[in-house]
Design a protein around this ligand. Structure first.
Ligand SMILES: C[S@@+](CC[C@H](N)C(=O)[O-])C[C@H]1O[C@@H](n2cnc3c(N)ncnc32)[C@H](O)[C@@H]1O
Length: 215
């Protein structure tokens, strides 16, 4: 890196600056409170720890309880909102299991545009809704039915390209079948499809076929 390309480091503020951009290196609560003016931000993209035990430079991403994790998240989410301009937007990621709590907290404070929308219309001013979530729970995680062999689908990556998996003790070709992941591509039931009934929220047969076979 040429010397002129080096980021300038402001030690008092813990800020790295280059070409008019800045990275603040600090604790989210402290940095947001002390270094970002309220109502000044166009876009927040937050990718926080997910409370799943990752090791971030020696600091473990594991809070003593879900409540403790969420109450920390609510603090910085509230701060993020106060930093947004009236025209600002917030995107936030977290683990699937935390997202309902973020959603309930945020819908009191923002207009959430990523909520489900049954119109199926191609949206122009937000990301159109292309999925419906399904929650899958069992009474006993050590004793439940899951007929994996009944619902195998084509594995499209290694197998289709006839790749060899060299991570195995004896290198072998990739499996050509796999258990589906948690994104299922099943078309909605549309007017005049064979299975269509006069029903406002009909679920596709293929969806229930997979679920009944598996569980
Ligand atoms: C999911 S990772 C983000 C990864 C990042 N988007 C990337 O692509 O490199 C969460 C980050 O939050 C940081 N973090 C954890 N606690 C923090 C805190 N109190 N203040 C600021 N950052 C924190 C972790 O060090 C980690 O880098």
């Amino acid at each position: 890196m040429a010397v002129t390309d080096m980021p300038r480091y402001n030690e008092d503020m813990n800020i790295f600056e280059k070409h008019g951009h800045a990275i603040i290196w600090g604790d989210v609560i402290e940095a947001l409170t002390t270094q970002i003016p309220d109502g000044s931000v166009d876009l927040v993209f937050a990718d926080p720890p997910y409370n799943i035990g990752k090791n971030f430079n020696g600091r473990r991403d594991r809070w003593p309880s879900d409540e403790a994790y969420l109450s920390w998240c609510y603090q910085w989410l509230e701060l993020c909102i106060s930093k947004l301009k009236p025209t600002g937007s917030l995107y936030v990621m977290t683990a699937t299991q935390n997202m309902p709590f973020f959603d309930i907290f945020l819908r009191e404070r923002l207009s959430i545009l990523s909520h489900y929308d049954s119109s199926g219309v191609q949206a122009r001013n937000y990301y159109g809704s292309l999925y419906e979530p399904i929650l899958f729970g069992v009474k006993d995680e050590d004793n439940y039915t899951f007929n994996a062999d009944e619902i195998l689908v084509e594995a499209r990556t290694g197998a289709i390209r006839k790749l060899i998996d060299y991570r195995k003790a004896v290198p072998t070709v990739y499996n050509s079948k796999k258990v589906p992941g948690n994104v299922w591509n099943i078309p909605r039931v549309r007017y005049r499809m064979d299975e269509y009934e006069n029903h406002p929220t009909q679920k596709p047969t293929a969806l229930l076929d997979r679920i009944v076979r598996a569980s």
